[in-house]
Design a protein around this ligand. Structure first.
Ligand code: FAD
Length: 462
């Protein structure tokens, strides 16, 4: 099947030439994700530069029944941007204007193709922060973050993307512009329609603009990498540091020793912040208001944890350079490529179930394979673990065995198959493990209302 010819002709009437990418400009792009080198399969990419253009494009596509796949920064991890030749790609990459920053109302208004990093930098230039932060910050777009309700490194303090979005402008499948560009924290005037476009993976509409909530920049920041011998001590340390910091904890990231090995095995051991082979590494961070006092307090909390043998080693960043270097280990998830093809998971479950859960997954994998890579890390304080499993190939039978190994014990606990990455195409067969039939039926009813012809990101989620 090919793209509908009439659609292309109609789009060329009102879009300039620079709005279209064709041939190698399309096929040279990768469909996204850490675990795929898959080239994009499509005839054209259409790149509007305004909400009005998005509206006209969708109106043309809806009339023709032309399926549309929405592309942001292509860093999504659940194959949400995979495209077939008969589908039209609509990319938001030219909609990259930051329109306004308001230091009094603490808001930033922008188009949805702006990268997360550009938003962070703009906020910092006004002594504020946009708290959402994740490893793909340089490439991912705010529209993608909103559509996936991205989580990341500071959820424990500031919540998920949803908690930092005040307003949204979106275009629904027939070209209707739904502008809910609210700037207030409080607004209970009827249904909060913007929520329908957060975390719905572009299936109900295309996010074109947004109003984001900024926070005052922290004056102090303290970051440490600590080593921990056993899982119960991670929980003790979490309670100790979170209560000791009195609400200032901004990150608590845990890496199993195999993760630390993965991100450090090309480096000289002497250059590492902590020695290898400690069972768990925790990256902990606080944001406060007085660098000298906060650092002393942070250090004293680490010291107490050392004295009580809750942690076995710790290194505290003494400069911004050292802080970034510690985060670089945690962010270097792309190193998983060294293990060949892998399947990545993003589960959530109660913290006190995690140790046993990971052991059960390991035992399940051992039933099928002698040699395999099983790497675990995650935003543990949010109840969110990432697992990467590599067994040498990605044949469909292999993937199924890996997925069963990971999801079987999760279902038993009542955990979620997607904490922050979404469902996309990849997790779709397992949605029923985390959502009831009634919930899925209501999701389908919403989809039918917003997109009766099913042209927007068809096939995603269910
Ligand atoms: C190194 C790395 C680290 C990561 N760390 C994290 C992490 O800590 N936490 C986390 O949550 N995720 C993480 N991710 C996943 C990814 O970065 C997020 O899902 C991100 O929000 C995707 O944004 P994007 O612009 O790249 O979207 P894309 O990959 O382009 O698209 C993702 C989905 O959103 C839809 N979409 C994109 N833009 C729009 C729009 N404007 N309107 C409607 N639908 C749209 C697409 O159709 C697709 O279904 C990571 C990825 C990488 C590569």
């Amino acid at each position: 099947m090919a793209l509908k010819k009439k659609v292309l002709e109609d789009l060329q009437v009102f879009l300039p030439k620079k709005a279209f990418l064709v041939d190698e400009q399309v096929s040279n792009r990768k469909a996204g994700g850490l675990h795929t080198e898959e080239a994009i399969q499509a005839e054209i990419i259409v790149r509007p530069e305004s909400t009005e253009e998005v509206s006209k494009i969708l109106s043309v596509c809806n009339q023709a029944g032309q399926p549309v796949i929405v592309h942001g920064g292509l860093t999504g991890l659940v194959y949400g941007t995979r495209t077939s030749p008969d589908q039209l790609i609509l990319s938001l990459e030219r909609m990259n204007n930051i329109e306004e920053i308001d230091p009094i109302g603490r808001t930033l208004t922008c188009q949805s193709g702006v990268t997360l990093q550009n938003i962070q930098e703009k906020a910092e230039s006004e002594n504020m922060i946009f708290p959402l932060d994740l490893g793909a910050r340089g490439s991912c777009s705010i529209g993608g973050n909103i559509s996936t309700n991205a989580g990341g490194n500071r959820v424990i303090r500031y919540g998920m993307t949803r908690d930092s979005v005040l307003g949204i402008e979106a275009v629904t499948s027939d070209g209707t512009i739904l502008s809910s560009m609210n700037r207030m924290i409080k607004n209970n005037a009827g249904y909060d329609l913007k929520q329908l476009f957060i975390g719905t993976e572009g299936t109900l509409g295309i996010v074109t603009r947004c109003v984001l909530r900024l926070r005052e920049a922290p004056i102090s920041q303290n970051t440490a990498l600590v080593g921990i011998e056993n899982f119960p001590s991670i929980i003790t340390f979490l309670k100790h540091i979170d209560s000791g910091l009195g609400g200032n904890m901004s990150a608590f990231e845990v890496m199993w020793k195999e993760f630390y090995e993965m991100v450090t095995n090309s480096l000289d051991e002497k250059s590492l912040p902590l020695k290898k082979n400690i069972p768990y590494y925790v990256l902990v961070e606080s944001m406060g208001s007085d660098q000298v006092k906060d650092e002393e307090h942070f250090e004293s909390l680490l010291q107490k944890a050392l004295e009580d043998s809750v942690i076995v080693d710790a290194v505290l960043a003494k400069s911004e350079k050292e802080r970034k270097a510690l985060w670089a280990f945690r962010d270097d998830v792309e190193k998983q490529a060294q293990y060949g093809p892998t399947v990545m998971f993003d589960v959530s479950l109660p913290i006190n179930e995690m140790e046993e859960y990971v052991s059960k997954v390991d035992l399940n994998l051992q039933k099928y394979w002698k040699d395999f890579h099983h790497i675990v890390w995650g935003h543990l304080a949010d109840g969110n673990l990432h697992l990467v499993v590599g067994t040498g190939d990605l044949e469909s039978d292999t993937i199924k065995k890996i997925e069963n190994s990971v999801y079987e014990p999760l279902e038993f606990i009542g955990g979620s198959i997607s904490a922050e990455h979404g469902i996309g195409l990849e997790k779709k067969p397992y949605l029923h493990l985390s959502r009831s039939e009634a919930e899925i039926n209501y999701m389908k009813a919403l989809k039918d209302t917003f997109d009766p012809k099913g042209i927007l990101n068809p096939g995603l989620i269910f």
